[in-house]
Design a protein around this ligand. Structure first.
Ligand code: AR6
Length: 169
């Protein structure tokens, strides 16, 4: 059984086996969670990301997929980078958002992580409505069969926390 917990705060301050990054396909950094992770985690993470771009992911990491790197100076063993979909009112991309959580858990299991901290993927720069993003996140984790023991959603502000809390209840 996977336990789901909610925490309000900065994901880069968490202690966990793996911390999930809301990255973009380039894997070379950005704003939001991505910027914060690279800032606090230091250059080792970017170095690993560059190696991935030079090998398996020459065209970048596709939306909905996930890949692990070192966590550098973060209090974690791995950062799992996943690329959320950009919100679209015209097209239903929720399958891709669900895939981010599923694939991140698959990678977490592969590397042997038992505790995984997730941000609310796609709900920042990528514009996904928070309530819907929270619903997809929680439902997908609940529906995924995994050896990961704790999934911790780390929510940056009160509104995000409330959105996740109301889905959990
Ligand atoms: N800890 C926890 N949550 C955070 C933090 C933090 N330090 N910082 C922001 N959030 P975003 P996306 C929340 O924009 O929407 C980057 O430029 C934020 O309030 O980080 O998937 C990437 O390179 C929001 O609720 O990710 C991509 O280009 C949630 O985390 C693009 O943004 C996700 O916001 C990805 O956009």
């Amino acid at each position: 059984m996977t336990t789901i917990t909610l925490v309000r705060g900065d994901i880069t301050r968490q202690t966990a086996d793996a911390i999930v990054n809301a990255a973009n396909s380039s894997l070379l950094g950005g704003g939001g969670v991505d910027g914060a992770i690279h800032r606090r985690g230091g250059p080792a993470i970017l170095e690993d990301c560059r190696k991935l771009r030079a090998s398996h992911y020459g065209k970048g990491l596709p939306t909905g997929q996930a890949v692990a790197t070192t966590a550098g100076d973060l209090d974690a063993r791995w950062v799992i980078h996943t690329v959320g979909p950009v919100w679209s009112a015209a097209e239903d991309r929720s399958g891709l958002l669900a895939s981010c959580y599923r694939e991140s858990l698959r990678v977490a299991e592969e590397v042997g992580a038992r505790t995984v901290a997730f941000p609310a993927v796609s709900t920042g720069v990528y514009g996904w409505p928070m309530d819907d993003g929270a619903r997809i996140a929680v439902e997908t984790v609940r529906a995924t069969d995994t050896t990961v023991e704790e999934v911790r959603f780390v929510l940056f502000d009160e509104r995000a926390y409330e959105a996740f809390d109301s889905v959990i209840r």
